[in-house]
Design a protein around this ligand. Sequence first.
Ligand code: NAD
Length: 292
Amino acid sequence: MSQRPYLVGLVGTGVGPSLTPALHMAEARCHGLDYLYRTVDLDELHIAPTQIGEILSWARALGYDALNITHPCKQLVLEHLDEIDPTAAQLGAVNTVVFGPDGRALGYNTDTTGFAHGFAEGLPDARMDSVVLVGAGGAGVAVADALLRLGCGHLTIIDLDVERAGHLARELAARHPLTRVEAAAFDKLPVLLPDSDGVVHATPTGMAAHPGMAFSADLLRPRMWVADIVYRPLNTALLRAARALGCRTLDGGHMAVYQATDAFALITGITPDAERMSRHFRSLVSDQPEQP
Ligand code: NAD
């Protein structure tokens, strides 16, 4: 074991069941690191999300090396950082804060880098000329940004909350003037989906608590790829339908694992074994392994 113990926290509401602490600590053990990763549940501790600045100050004073930040603090944390990585700054959301040796708080977003890494690994050479994103919430924003960095030529964003989809599309279009980014109403899916190269599903539908599918499987075509970011379960109804049709698929485990690998690398400076972390993650989710 190294002499230097790492101390890391996950700050947010409802973070108790998160698999991220177990993922980080198991990987750290494989590298001989003494690494303690704890959840800091704001609800349980009766701390208001708006106190995130104080949490950062205390964490730094108490010797934390880093914090992962999740709902509802990813935007609130921005004004309390000393430096923000350009990708996270563009996105306007930070999920990883690393305290430098000088105590400076540096912010990153490994949701978006994690989706991009997982996508590149799980769907190599996927056509990206025309992609539909369903769900423009916290995770959808990170996914949209990643899709544009991955070279998507035309991104259509759909959300039941039309305002939210429109806002995200306008923001992305302003930042990526060479790419076509637009929002569309949910009832346009029957026209848009069958003509697209692929779809990313980023709503909570399909989770154990929200079973079902956000849109009909009749809209899928065998030549499309289908990515779902829901990971509990990994094998969602959407992915089952897509595989039955012969579509290439990507489950939500890829994003979940790579947000952790990217954060681990930022915190320790060590490149983790992503395959080992993925195996561990999948054993924790204890779901069917991903089908080809
Ligand atoms: P959120 O509540 O911030 O946003 C969800 C969005 O989906 C909202 O804008 C809502 O209006 C929209 N929506 C809901 N039902 C819809 C439907 N049927 N059709 C169209 N739009 C619909 O949630 P979030 O934080 O963005 O998380 C979304 C999902 O992504 C959750 O299941 C979460 O577990 C998952 N997630 C996965 C990862 C990962 O690493 N794989 C990371 C973050 C979130």
